[in-house]
Design a protein around this ligand. Structure first.
Ligand SMILES: [Zn+2]
Length: 140
């Protein structure tokens, strides 16, 4: 893939240098069958160094979940070689099947078909809690 020119896809920019792999894993980009590029330590006028991820497709992923990792990330959506959207991820109010509840007494451990749902309980502290047992979300 030509990493400078994407026809249809996403560019996740302004990732804190060193966080690229974490985001790659968080979004499970290794499971996609399209081209994915992780660029580490690109020079950035703002922050010195940054990581960038380019995906040669608009994947069916809730990218706002990235706000949980770092709301300063920039998401660019490219269609027909034109950037049609550029935004910072918002802290999602609710995350379904993104985080797994670690509480052994949580109903999700016995009722395996239940989705893992976490809701934002403190926007300042970026705190999420399990809707079933109110355990705090595990750190990523
Ligand atoms: Zn729970």
């Amino acid at each position: 893939m030509n990493i400078d020119a994407i026809r249809n896809g996403i560019v996740i920019d302004h990732i804190k240098a060193g966080d690229g792999m974490r985001i790659y894993n968080f979004l499970n980009l290794g499971a996609l069958d399209c081209s994915v590029a992780l660029i580490k330590n690109a020079s950035s006028t703002k922050a010195g160094k940054k990581d960038i991820i380019k995906v040669d497709r608009v994947p069916d992923i809730d990218l706002n979940a990235l706000g949980f990792i770092d709301p300063n990330i920039t998401i660019n959506i490219i269609r027909d070689s034109v950037r049609v959207e550029k935004y910072h991820p918002e802290l999602p109010m609710k995350m379904t099947n993104i985080l797994i509840c670690k509480n052994p007494r949580c109903i999700t451990t016995t009722e395996q078909e239940l989705p893992h749902v976490f809701v934002l309980t403190d926007r300042e502290k970026h705190e999420y809690r399990c809707v079933y047992c109110e355990s705090r979300a595990p750190a990523l």
